[in-house]
Design a protein around this ligand. Sequence first.
Ligand SMILES: Cc1ncc(C[n+]2csc(CCOP(=O)(O)OP(=O)(O)O)c2C)c(N)n1
Length: 330
Amino acid sequence: MNDRADKLEPSPSERLAMYERMLLIRRTEERLGADFKAGKLIAGVHLYSGQEAVGVGVCHHLRDSDWIASNHRGHGHFLAKGGDVRAMMAEIHAKVTGVCKGMGGTMHVADLSKGILGANGIVGGGISLICGAAYSQSLQQSGAVSVAFFGDGASTQGVMSEALNLSALWKLPMIFICENNLFSEFSRSETVVAGRIVDRPRAYGVPAVQIDGNDLDAVWAAAAQAVRRARAGDGPSFIEAFTYRMAGHVEAETGFLQGAQYRSGDEVAAWAHRDPIVRARERLLTSKHATDAQLVAIEAAVSAQVEDAVQFAIDSPTPPSEQALDFMFA
Ligand SMILES: Cc1ncc(C[n+]2csc(CCOP(=O)(O)OP(=O)(O)O)c2C)c(N)n1
């Protein structure tokens, strides 16, 4: 984890660690996508593929005592914040060894010991959770920060304005990360969002920037500033990170769409050229922060880790049906 948030760019070892984490997310989700298509998962999954630099570049600055809340596209945030891939895989397979004992599934991966308040099926729901978490951190003067990850579609929910207002008024250690992947389900952002998202926080006096969310270094640098500001007690920040989901809205989408198209193959291919993982790999090589042989070794280790997590999930028991309502209420 990075404590020297005044640096201009990540160190070689930080770059390498972030590359590995992004790759873990990508390989995990490639496997989830393939397993869904093969009928091996019990529910459709919303994949984060293409957006990894945002989650990893932000969470690299966070500690276990900092909170994050995610949205329905939450596997990447979970792994970026240090969540365990075996426990997440088992959760998605609804097994007792899952991080929520198999009772939550793909849209509720959470681990409070890692500061992960959870993925969330309610669009915009994580924003209000994080506003409350930041309020408690501020009352306790803990120096911890709280980060909400949400999409461009969620930015249209009233809760974003409410959280901007309260966090600005009370100078909460809150960071808004809007991952603008250009779509809300199958609707282009410009048909759903009026004006520019980045202008909304500015109306509340919250500093806001737009960045290339597929550029790991750009995310890292913007997040460093926001985290430093929050830890210093100077209040919230807002980052609008432009990115693109390389997979569908949800892996079950072909069933909904029944052949209808909402984006062109050319557009998907153009964004594939801006793949954040390929770019991070190239930067590691051109800056001589890593050799090709080193990266190949990391890639093999990550693939083995994912394979191990899948096997762990498959080998784990299913919760007995009489426990169906356990852990649901507190
Ligand atoms: C309160 C609420 N309204 C609508 C939905 C249905 N829904 C699920 S995902 C989604 C799109 C969200 O878009 P965005 O926030 O941009 O995230 P993305 O899927 O692009 O990552 C919608 C409308 C929901 N789950 N919750």
